[in-house]
Design a protein around this ligand. Structure first.
Ligand SMILES: Cc1cc2nc3c(=O)[nH]c(=O)nc-3n(C[C@H](O)[C@H](O)[C@H](O)COP(=O)(O)O)c2cc1C
Length: 182
């Protein structure tokens, strides 16, 4: 039942209270991600956690680097909001794929995505809001240089106590997305 509640009611949160998160809550979220299934049990996810001053510095860096490219015609004009959410949230976690590329990438990306979804559901279970952010990929090279890593950045997640209630959105029905063969 609790799982049903989290699956049904988890929503993307884009406004957070400034309140800091308990370290044990962040650890529980990381633990949930780390328990995900993975292709060949490689457990290819890697996490970088930013909080406190390190988060402020990192999020400002991302906003600044994104600002250098936001006028490019290929850049989604709404992406800046994702960087503002990262700046506002008390915790940012970066999610990496540790498998070297090129390698058949789909199983690795699916494995890391499973970890991300576990983390979002665990956050909800703890009374926290979250936002899965792929707009971070606009500054992928800059972030990798910041962290001195050559792993594959897949996403950022912003976490915090929700300070907004998301408006209702239309979700497709199972009938919309399913073909039965029987
Ligand atoms: C792979 C992926 C990437 C996403 N990237 C972003 C993002 O960069 N910025 C953002 O505001 N939301 C992002 N989202 C959140 C989606 O917009 C959101 O999940 C979708 O609108 C459905 O809303 P819900 O999460 O409230 O159900 C992303 C979600 C997924 C699964």
């Amino acid at each position: 039942m609790e799982l049903d509640n989290a699956i049904t009611n988890r929503r993307s949160i884009r406004k957070f209270k400034p309140e800091l998160l308990k370290k044990e809550h962040i650890e529980a979220i990381l633990d949930a991600g780390n328990k995900a299934p993975s292709a060949k049990n490689i457990q290819q996810w890697r996490f970088h956690v930013f909080q406190g001053e390190a988060k402020d510095k990192f999020a400002k860096f991302c906003l600044r680097e994104f600002g250098k490219k936001e006028d490019h015609p290929d850049v989604n004009p709404y992406a800046k909001n994702s960087f503002k959410v990262m700046d506002q949230a008390p915790v940012n976690i970066l999610i990496y794929n540790a498998q070297p590329m090129p390698f058949p990438a789909k199983p690795d990306i699916q494995s890391v995505s499973a970890a991300i979804q576990n983390m979002l559901l665990k956050a909800y279970d703890l009374g926290l809001g979250s936002l899965w952010i792929c707009d971070i990929l606009y500054v992928e090279d800059e972030v990798n240089e910041y962290l001195k890593t050559d792993m594959q950045l897949l996403a950022a997640i912003a976490f915090g106590y929700a300070d907004s209630t998301p408006r209702d959105i239309r979700k497709l029905t199972v009938e919309d997305v399913t073909v039965w063969h029987e």
